[in-house]
Ligand binder design. Structure first.
Ligand code: HEM
Length: 461
C-alpha cells in the first residue's frame, strides 16, 4: 500500500514500519552546519531556540539543516514556509510521521496526528463540540470554578503564579472535559494526566520502570479506564461537559459516530492540548500586565465597565482590550514555538531541494518577530492588533500561535474564552506587580513556561 493511503487509513503499524525503514535523510546539499559532535544542534535549541534561529537565519537564510542525536531535519522560516507546511495542499507532508515520536503510547490516535481524509472526518465531528452553544455550556461550568479558585490566591503576597494557574486549570479542566462526577476521583485523574504530559517530553521513551515514559503509560491507562467506565452513563444522561458531548456527536452527513476507543483517545488528547498551552498563555499575560501597568489599568477599566459576577458569552465578547493583550502575549510568547511535519516527497522551497522523508520544522516564534511584518517586534504593543493598524494582516501565515490550515487549533475559541474568564475575575479583585528589575525568565521547550514559577505580587484592589 502507498504511504499516503496508509496514513489516510491511520494504519499505525504500517506507518511506523515505513518510518523505521527510512533512516536519516541526506541533507548534505542544504545550507547549514552539523552543530556539536553527537549532540548536533539539540543543546543550542534547548538552551535558547530563538537565539539559535536568529543565528542560523543570519548565516544561512530561511532554509537550513538541523541535526540531533535522534534525527536530522530541516528548518523552514517565514510566513511562506508556514503556509506551505500548514496548508499542505498537495498532501506533501504527514503529521503522523512528525508527531508520533512525541505522542506514541500516551496520546495515541489523536486528531493532530491523523492525516488527510481520516483527519478530516475526525476533525469535522469534533468541531461540533466547539461551536458557540457548546462553549456557552462550558462557560457555565468554568466561570464559577475560576471565580472561586482565584479566591485562593494569597492577596498582598508575592507568590509563584505558574503552579497556581496550572492547578486551577487542572481542576477546571477535570470538570469541563470529564464532567460533574469527577470530584471523588479528581486527584487520581489529575496525577494520571500530569504523568501523561511528562511522558510526552521524555526524550528517551524507554520501557524502564519509574521513568517518566512508563509512568505516563500507566497514567494513560488510568484515564482510559475512567472514560470507559463512564461512557454508558454519559450516553444515557449527558451533561454539558466535553466528554458527554463526544458521546453524542455524529457526522452530519453520514450519521457515523465515535467508537468508545475513539472517544477515549480524543478526550485524553483534548485535555492535553488545552491545559499547558492555556497555562503558558496566562503566565505570559500576567507578567506583561505587571510590566505594563498602563495596560493593566485598561483591563481593570474594562472589567469594571462590565461589572457582573457571572459572565456570559456576550459579556466575554465585549472584552476587546483583553483580546488585544492576549493576542500580543501570544505573539511574543507563543506556547508552542515550533511545529513539525514530515515530507513524503521531494520538494523545492526558495531554491532549495528538500528530499522525501525529511522531518521539516517551522517556527511561530521566529515569524512573530520578523521585522518585515512587525514594527518594533520586541516591544509589548497590543495596539498593533487593533483594527486601525492590523499589523498581523499582511500575510495570512505571519501570526500563527494557533497554527493554521488543516490542523489549526480546534480549541482556539475555547482557549480565548477560558483565558478571558480568568483575567476578568483576576482583575476584578487584584492587581499584579513585579520587582523593578524582574524580567520574564522562560524556556520554550517543550512549551513556553516561566523557569522560576513566575513570582509576582498579587495586590487586592
Ligand atoms: C492558548 C492556548 C492554545 C494554543 C496556543 C494552542 C496551539 C495549537 C497549535 C499551534 C496547534 C497546531 C499544531 C500543529 O499544527 O502542529 C493546535 C492544535 C490543536 N489544538 Fe490547540 N492550542 C491552545 C489551546 C487549545 C485548547 C483549549 C484545546 C481544546 C479544548 C486545543 C485543542 C487542539 C486540537 C484538538 C488541535 C489539533 C487540531 C487538528 O489536528 O485538527 N487547543 N493548538
Amino acid at each position: 500500500m502507498e504511504i499516503a493511503q496508509v496514513l489516510e487509513q491511520h494504519d499505525v503499524r504500517s506507518a511506523r514500519r515505513y518510518f523505521r525503514a527510512h533512516g536519516r535523510p541526506d541533507l548534505s546539499g542544504l545550507p547549514g552546519d552539523r552543530g556539536l559532535p553527537v549532540l548536533g544542534h539539540s543543546a543550542a535549541v534547548l538552551r535558547d531556540v530563538h537565539a539559535f534561529l536568529d543565528k542560523q537565519y543570519a548565516r544561512y537564510g530561511s532554509v537550513f539543516s538541523l541535526h540531533g542525536p535522534r534525527a536530522d531535519g530541516v528548518f523552514l522560516l517565514g510566513p511562506q514556509a508556514n503556509e506551505l507546511l500548514l496548508k499542505n495542499e498537495d498532501r506533501l507532508f504527514s503529521n503522523f510521521l512528525a508527531w508520533d515520536l512525541t505522542f506514541a503510547n500516551i496520546f495515541d490516535n489523536n486528531v493532530l496526528e491523523r492525516d488527510f481524509g481520516g483527519h478530516k472526518r475526525h476533525r469535522k465531528i469534533l468541531q461540533s463540540a466547539f461551536r458557540r452553544p457548546s462553549i456557552e455550556g462550558h462557560i457555565e461550568i468554568m466561570d464559577p470554578l475560576i471565580r472561586q479558585g482565584l479566591g485562593r490566591l494569597r492577596a498582598g503576597h508575592r507568590q509563584k503564579m505558574l503552579p497556581f494557574i496550572k492547578r486551577l486549570l487542572l481542576d477546571v479542566g477535570a470538570n469541563v472535559f470529564l464532567g460533574e462526577n469527577v470530584e471523588q476521583e479528581a486527584d487520581k485523574l489529575n496525577k494520571a494526566f500530569v504523568d501523561c504530559v511528562a511522558a510526552t517530553a521524555d526524550p528517551f521513551k524507554l520501557n524502564i520502570p519509574f521513568t517518566p515514559f512508563v509512568r505516563g503509560v500507566k497514567g494513560q491507562k488510568v484515564l482510559q479506564d475512567y472514560i470507559f467506565r463512564n461512557i454508558e452513563r454519559k450516553r444515557a444522561a449527558p451533561g454539558r461537559d466535553l466528554f458527554s458531548e463526544l458521546c453524542q456527536l455524529t457526522d452530519e452527513d453520514d450519521g457515523s459516530h465515535f467508537s468508545d476507543q475513539e472517544i477515549s483517545d480524543h478526550i485524553a488528547f483534548l485535555l492535553f492540548a488545552a491545559h499547558d498551552t492555556t497555562t503558558s498563555a496566562l503566565c505570559s499575560v500576567l507578567f506583561a500586565m505587571a510590566a505594563n501597568p498602563e495596560w493593566q489599568e485598561r483591563l481593570i477599566a474594562e472589567v469594571d465597565a462590565i461589572g457582573v459576577d457571572t459572565l456570559t458569552h456576550d459579556e466575554i465578547d465585549r472584552m476587546s482590550d483583553t483580546s488585544l493583550v492576549i493576542q500580543e502575549a501570544l505573539r511574543m510568547h507563543p506556547p508552542l514555538v515550533m511545529m513539525p511535519r514530515y515530507s513524503l516527497r521531494e520538494f523545492e522551497f526558495q531554491g532549495q531541494r528538500i528530499p522525501a522523508n525529511t522531518p521539516c520544522v517551522i517556527s511561530s516564534l521566529f515569524t512573530h518577530y520578523m521585522e518585515e511584518y512587525w514594527s518594533e517586534p520586541r516591544r509589548f504593543d497590543p495596539q498593533r492588533f487593533a483594527p486601525g493598524r492590523a499589523e498581523d494582516k499582511q500575510h495570512f501565515f505571519q501570526y500563527i500561535p494557533f497554527g493554521g490550515g488543516a490542523h489549526k487549533c480546534l480549541g482556539l475559541h475555547f482557549a480565548q474564552v477560558q483565558g478571558k474568564i480568568f483575567l476578568y475575575h483576576f482583575f476584578r479583585r487584584y492587581r499584579v506587580e513585579k520587582r523593578a528589575r524582574q524580567r520574564f525568565k522562560y524556556n520554550n521547550i517543550p512549551l513556553t513556561f516561566p523557569t522560576n514559577g513566575l513570582p509576582l505580587r498579587v495586590v487586592p484592589r
